[in-house]
Design a binder for this molecule. Structure first.
Ligand code: PMP
Length: 409
């Protein structure tokens, strides 16, 4: 009977927003959800996106379904953006031209993770997926629900507020050959700490030695450097290894939620890099077979915005790149303002300056986070992750004072 169904716990991140809304303190700050806010604390629509929507309003003549895996125009725009990398990645271009990349539009990054999870569960022999500790909580939930077995590899040492690279290598090496391994392309969520080029090379060597299947999640492309074409070192390096036949296949989950601000439009993609054009055909047909009974086809508004932004005739690419650069610039400014205002006598805050993206991973304990919430109305997840777009000129001093008080207690 329905009455026997147990109550499920609320989503950790969304639960924080609810508590924030209910708080009457006018100084309250929401550092929970990873969505951009401007310096007045409001969400924005990228001006380039607004312009693309105006083009759409003029030109759109129908609201027909797109294909199960989205439109060819969207797929080609994504391939060109991510793999050809503005004509800077000859290996990626070669993979596109030889038909070795299957790209499908998905329901944003989460949808793409779920589709590839289901696909791997159906067609890949090894069900173990190695994910960094810590990782975005939904990774574990998505892969479990897709029938895979997530297991952590070492990534970050909270006591040192730094990467734990030696243990990362050890824990990957000790895993079963042929496992799936999840890599964050840049702006690792929640720590904001990425590997260097040299460290990626070492990890890619382990991946080759162990025959792992690399699954890359790229939700924050552009948020590390301000330029999406620069944040793609991992993809370019892996394409080089594919060109040398050292890695045969990998998959990339990609989202426009953050870097075009298309959050609720649910626009992203899955790309599978295959061994041959023939393999691509079969894989594409199986992706269609898998997606059709779940949601039939993806939504069209966001993907049409993406198509327009990448379509040269509308001249919007440069404005988008500059919109994104401004967003990232503001995040970097508040990051350093927070750092400036923090008391470094009893706590070393230098890790803040090494972290990139939408978050700072403070290293505060869950007790300290709860104290910030209860005494100062500062809302963040209990792992000490702060979504810094909630910080602005008006509240950075209040926030730093609150943190200083809690740390120096
Ligand atoms: N991967 C990571 C690491 C994320 O942080 C997010 C968003 N929080 C996503 C994927 C997916 O986001 P979306 O479904 O909104 O594209």
């Amino acid at each position: 009977a329905w009455s026997e169904i147990p109550l499920a716990p609320p989503d950790k991140i969304l639960g924080i927003s609810e508590a924030y809304v209910a708080d009457a303190n006018t100084n309250k700050i929401n550092l929970g959800v990873g969505a951009y806010r401007d310096n007045t604390g409001k969400p924005i629509i990228f001006p380039s996106v607004k312009k693309a929507e105006q083009v759409l309003l003029e030109l759109e003549k129908e609201k027909e379904y797109t294909g199960i895996t989205g439109s060819k125009k969207f797929q080609n725009a994504v391939k060109n953006f991510v793999f050809n990398n503005s004509n800077k990645d000859p290996n990626g271009k070669q993979l596109i031209d030889s038909g070795r990349i299957v790209t499908a539009q998905t329901i944003s990054g989460t949808g793409s993770l779920r589709v590839i999870g289901d696909f791997l569960n159906r067609f890949y022999t090894n069900k173990k997926i190695l994910v960094p500790k810590p990782t975005w909580a939904n990774h574990v939930a998505v892969f479990k629900d897709a029938g895979l077995t997530p297991e952590f590899y070492a990534y970050y040492e909270t006591s040192k507020n730094d990467l734990d690279f030696e243990n990362l290598k050890k824990s990957l090496t000790s895993q079963d050959d042929g496992s799936i391994v999840l890599l964050h392309a840049c702006c690792h969520n929640p720590t904001g700490m990425d590997l260097t080029v040299e460290q990626w090379d070492e990890v890619l060597q382990i991946i080759q030695d162990k025959g792992f299947f690399p699954l890359i999640d790229m939700a924050y492309q552009g948020f590390a450097s301000g330029n999406p074409y620069k944040d793609i070192n991992l993809i370019r390096r892996i394409n080089e290894l594919v060109a040398q036949d050292k890695i045969k296949s990998y998959a990339l989950c990609q989202s426009f939620a953050k870097n075009m601000g298309l959050y609720g439009e649910r626009t992203g993609s899955i790309s599978i890099i295959t061994e041959s054009a023939d393999a691509s055909k079969a894989i594409e047909s199986q992706l269609k077979k898998l997606i059709r009974p779940i949601y039939s086809s993806p939504p069209i508004h966001g993907s049409k915005i993406v198509e327009i932004i990448f379509d040269e005739q509308y001249n919007l690419l440069e404005s988008w790149l500059s919109d994104l650069d401004k967003v990232v610039g503001r995040l970097n400014t508040v990051r350093s303002k927070l750092y400036e205002n923090l008391d470094k006598t009893n706590y070393n805050w230098d890790h803040l300056l090494k972290q990139r993206g939408m978050f700072v991973y403070t290293g505060l304990s869950s007790e300290q986070v709860i104290e910030l919430r209860e005494k100062y109305s500062v809302y963040a997840t209990e792992d000490g992750r702060f979504s810094i777009s909630g910080i602005n000129d008006n509240n950075v001093k209040y926030l730093a004072d609150a943190i200083n008080a809690v740390v120096n207690k």
